[in-house]
Design a protein around this ligand. Structure first.
Ligand code: ATP
Ligand code: MG
Length: 725
C-alpha cells in the first residue's frame, strides 16, 4: 500500500515524504510538488503507523486549500480523519478558542468580526469617545490595531512615542475593551488570543505539544511573526516540523509576512535538513523559461533552479490592446475559442493585479454569456442583505453583540429613531450594560425588538440550521422588506442562497471530516452549536464560496488569490506600468522585488497556455489612464514570446484621435488555411516549429513558422507540405 503511495514521486520528493521523525525545510520553486509532498507525507505517516490522525496539525493558506487537502487525504486513506487538525491559521485558532473559550476569557458564543465589521466597531467607538475622525482616520486606527496584533503586541506594548501614536494606542486599548464587552473577536485577535492562551496556560500547552507529533506547514514563506511564534508554541520537544515554501513566492510582506522566518526555521529547527525539489511538473518549457528568467532579476533570493521534462510547448502569447475594453473582448474571444476546442472554462483563469480591474472583464464576459466566478470580489457573506441576516443570527446566539444589535434594531424599519438609539446607548453606557440588556429593561419599540428576537429564538431552538435561518429571514421582516423593494429580487435570491449555503454546510460537516471547530462544550445545545459553527464559517470563509457554484465557469481572481493553484490556460491582464508593477511599490527596490515575485506566481499558475495582455488606455477609478507596457514584459526572453499584434494591421487606430477603435479580432480566426497561430507543425526538412503569423488567402496563403532548429521562415502553404505536429 505505502509503496504504491510513493510510486508517483521522484527520488527527492520520496526522500522528503519519508523523512524520519525530525524537522525539515523543503525549499522549492513553483509547481515542483511541494503541496503534493506535504499531503503524501501525512498519508504516509499515518499509513505506516507513525502517527494517528489525532497527532497531525497541518496549516495551509486558504480554506480552499485546506478542503482540498482533506479531500485528497481522505481519498488515499479510508479512515476517519476527523481528529486531524487541518486548516488555515485563523481556522485553527478559532477551533482552539472554541474548545477552550473559558480559559481564553471569551464567551462560549463569541462572534468573529470581519474587517468591515471591525471598521464599523472602531467608528462606533470613536464616536462614543468623541475622537476627531479627520485627525484619526478610522482606517488608520484599524491598521494600527491590526499590525500591532500581527506583531504580537497588545495596546500596552504598542510602539507609541508621540502624542499621536499614544492616542492610537489608547484607542486600541478601548477598542479591545469594547470587543471584550460585546463578546466579539476580529481576525488578528483570533491568532493573538490563541497564542496568548497557549503561552500563559502551561498545562494546555503541554497537552497540545504532546499531542501534535507532526506539524506541517504549506506556503511557509508567507507566515508572519505571530504565526511563526504560534507554531513554535505548539511544537514540543517531540514534535517534528515540516515546512514547505518558496522564497520566490513570498507575496505578503505588505501584511507582515517575513521571509526571514525561513532562515530562522532552518537554524532553529531544520538544522541544515533542507531538501530542494527542482523538477517542475506543472508547466510546459516556454512558460517555465519565462518564469525563471523573470525571477532571476531579483537580487534577494535563496536561489533555486527549475526544469521540466515536458517539451517547450506553445509560445507565450502577448497581446497589446488599444483599450481595456479591447483587451476584455480579446480575452472573451480566446476563452470561447479554447472552450470550443474542448477546454473546460474552469481550467482557465483570468488574473489581475487589483480587484478594480475585474469590472470591465466581467462586463464583457457577461455580455457574451460566458459563465464565470469571481473569487474574493465582494464576498458573498459580505453583501449587505446577507450581513443583515447574519446579524439577526448573531443576536440569537450572543445578544451582547452591540454591533449586530445596532445593525438590525431598526432594519427593516420599526420606527426606532436615531434619538431613541442615542438615549439607549447613553443609558447602557451609564449602567454598564449591553444595548440588549438596556433594551430588555426598557420599554417601547426597543423592547418590542427584544421581544421579537426572543420569539425567534424560541421557535428556532429545535430547528435544523437551514430551517432556522429561513425562519429568521421571514420573521425578522427582511424577506418582506426585499419583496416590496423593486430592486430587491437579487437580494432576496442571495438570502435564499444563504439558506442553501447553510443546508450544504450542515451536510458537509456531518458527513465529512472537514470541520474547523472544537469538540462540543457541555451544556451547549445542538442547534446553538450548529449556528455558532456556521457563523464562524461565514466569517472565516474569506470569499471562497460563491453562490450558484458548481457549474463550469471561468475563474477570475487577483494574482494573490491564485497562489498555490494551477490552470491549463492563464490570462494575465493589465500588464502596464503603475498597475503591475503597482505604482505604490514600483519606486522602492523591495517593493519592486515583491511585485516581481507576484508576477512569478502569476506566470507559474499556467500549465500549457499563457496569455499576457496590456492596454494602452484604461478606465480606472473613474479616470482614463494611459500607460506603457509593464517592464516585466521586457524582462521575459523574446524567443518564448509570440506577439499577436505583429500582423498586418495595428491593434489601434493610426488615423488620428477620432478614428474608431477597430473591431476586436481574434488572432486565431480570419484565415482559411485550416492552420492557426500558435499551432505546432512539422516540416519534412526543417523539423518541428510553431506557426507565428499568416499572410494572404487561398492558394497564396503563406505562414511564418518559428522552427525549433532552423529559425523563422515564411512558407507558401501550397508547396510546403506542413503537417500538424
Ligand atoms: P506551488 O509552489 O505553486 O504551490 P507546488 O510546489 O505546491 O506548487 P504542487 O501543486 O504540489 O506544486 O504540484 C504541481 C503539479 O505537479 C500538480 O498537478 C501535481 O499533481 C503535479 N506533480 C507533482 N509531483 C509530481 C510527480 N512526481 N509526478 C507527476 N506529477 C506531479
Ligand atoms: Mg503548493
Amino acid at each position: 500500500m505505502s509503496a504504491h503511495l510513493l510510486e508517483n514521486l521522484n527520488p527527492e520528493q520520496r526522500a522528503a515524504v519519508t523523512l524520519p521523525h525530525e524537522s525539515a525545510l523543503i525549499l522549492a520553486g513553483a509547481g515542483s510538488g511541494k503541496t503534493r509532498v506535504l499531503t503524501t507525507r501525512i498519508v504516509w505517516l499515518i499509513q505506516t503507523g507513525q502517527v494517528s490522525p489525532h497527532g497531525v496539525l497541518a496549516v495551509t493558506f486558504t480554506n480552499k486549500a485546506a478542503k482540498e487537502m482533506m479531500t485528497r487525504i481522505s481519498a488515499m486513506l479510508p479512515i476517519n480523519t476527523r481528529g486531524m487538525w487541518v486548516g488555515t491559521f485563523h481556522g485553527l485558532a478559532n477551533r482552539l478558542l472554541r474548545t477552550h473559550y473559558r480559559e481564553a476569557g471569551l464567551p462560549q458564543s463569541f462572534q468573529i468580526l470581519d474587517s468591515q465589521d471591525q471598521l464599523s466597531a472602531i467608528k462606533r467607538l470613536m464616536k462614543a469617545m468623541n475622537v476627531d475622525t479627520e485627525k484619526y482616520e478610522p482606517k488608520k486606527v484599524q491598521r494600527f490595531i491590526n499590525s500591532n496584533k500581527e506583531a504580537g503586541h497588545r495596546a500596552r506594548d504598542a510602539e507609541a512615542y508621540d502624542e499621536y501614536s499614544m492616542r492610537l494606542a489608547e484607542l486600541y486599548e478601548a477598542y479591545d475593551a469594547q470587543c471584550q464587552r460585546e463578546g466579539v473577536a476580529d481576525f488578528p485577535e483570533l491568532l493573538l488570543r490563541a497564542y496568548e492562551l497557549l503561552y500563559r496556560n502551561e498545562p494546555l500547552r503541554q497537552h497540545y505539544q504532546d499531542r501534535f507529533r507532526h506539524i506541517l506547514i504549506d506556503e511557509f514563506q508567507d507566515t508572519n511573526t505571530l504565526q511563526y511564534r504560534w507554531l513554535k508554541l505548539f511544537a514540543g520537544p517531540h514534535t517534528a516540523l515540516f515546512a514547505v515554501g518558496d522564497d520566490d513566492q513570498s507575496i505578503y510582506a505588505f501584511r507582515g509576512a517575513n521571509t526571514a522566518n525561513m532562515a530562522e526555521f532552518e537554524r532553529e529547527f531544520a538544522h541544515g535538513n533542507v531538501i530542494k525539489l527542482e523538477q517542475n511538473y506543472r508547466s510546459h518549457g516556454h512558460i517555465l523559461t519565462a518564469a525563471n528568467t523573470l525571477i532571476s532579476q531579483n537580487a534577494h533570493r535563496l536561489g533555486k533552479n527549475l526544469w521540466t521534462a515536458e517539451g517547450d510547448g506553445e509560445p507565450i502569447r502577448v497581446f497589446n490592446a488599444y483599450s481595456d475594453q479591447e483587451e476584455a473582448s480579446f480575452v472573451v474571444d480566446e476563452v470561447r475559442a479554447l472552450n470550443r476546442e474542448g477546454m473546460n472554462l474552469s481550467d482557465m483563469a483570468l488574473l489581475y493585479r487589483s480587484n478594480a480591474q475585474s469590472r470591465v472583464l466581467e462586463h464583457a464576459l457577461f455580455s457574451a454569456s460566458v459563465p464565470y466566478r469571481v473569487y474574493g470580489g465582494l464576498r458573498f457573506f459580505e453583501r449587505q442583505e446577507v450581513k443583515h441576516a447574519l446579524a439577526y443570527l448573531r443576536l440569537l446566539t450572543n445578544p451582547e453583540d452591540d454591533g449586530a444589535f445596532l445593525r438590525v434594531v431598526n432594519f427593516p424599519t420599526r420606527g426606532i429613531g436615531a434619538r431613541t438609539l442615542e438615549q439607549l446607548t447613553d443609558g447602557a453606557a451609564r449602567a454598564g450594560m449591553s444595548l440588549w440588556q438596556a433594551a430588555c429593561t426598557g420599554g417601547g419599540k426597543v423592547a418590542g425588538f427584544a421581544k421579537l428576537i426572543e420569539d425567534i429564538k424560541q421557535v428556532t431552538a429545535d430547528l435544523p440550521l437551514a430551517e432556522a435561518i429561513d425562519h429568521v429571514i421571514e420573521a425578522s421582516g427582511l424577506a418582506d422588506y426585499y419583496r416590496a423593494d423593486k430592486e430587491g429580487a437579487d437580494r432576496l435570491e442571495n438570502l435564499n442562497e444563504l439558506v442553501n449555503a447553510a443546508a450544504l454546510f450542515s451536510q458537509e460537516t456531518e458527513e465529512n471530516t472537514y470541520d474547523a471547530t472544537g469538540e462540543p462544550a457541555p451544556g451547549e445545545t445542538e442547534s446553538v452549536r450548529a449556528l455558532d459553527t456556521f457563523l464562524a464559517h461565514a466569517a472565516l470563509e474569506a470569499g471562497e464560496h460563491q453562490a450558484g457554484a458548481g457549474h463550469d465557469a471561468l475563474q477570475l481572481m487577483t494574482v494573490h488569490a491564485a497562489k498555490g493553484l494551477e490552470f491549463h490556460a492563464v490570462f494575465i491582464t493589465g500588464l502596464e506600468e503603475s498597475l503591475f508593477p503597482h505604482e505604490q511599490s514600483a519606486n522602492e527596490e523591495s517593493g519592486l522585488e515583491e511585485e516581481r515575485r507576484l508576477m512569478y506566481v502569476a506566470i507559474t499558475r499556467a500549465r500549457r497556455r499563457l496569455y499576457l495582455s496590456h492596454a494602452q488606455s484604461r478606465m480606472l477609478h473613474g479616470q482614463t489612464r494611459y500607460s506603457l507596457p509593464s517592464r516585466f514584459l521586457d524582462e521575459l526572453p523574446e524567443q518564448v514570446l509570440l506577439n499577436l499584434n505583429r500582423r498586418s494591421e495595428p491593434a489601434y487606430p493610426s488615423g488620428g484621435y477620432h478614428a474608431p477603435a477597430p473591431a476586436p479580432r481574434s488572432p486565431q480566426t480570419g484565415n482559411d488555411t485550416g492552420y492557426k497561430v500558435g499551432q505546432s507543425v512539422a516540416h519534412a526538412k526543417f523539423g518541428t516549429g510553431i506557426i507565428i503569423d499568416f499572410e494572404g488567402r487561398g492558394a497564396d496563403a503563406r505562414v511564418q513558422v518559428k522552427f525549433r532548429d532552423v529559425g523563422t521562415k515564411w512558407l507558401a502553404l501550397a508547396y510546403a507540405k506542413l503537417s500538424a505536429a
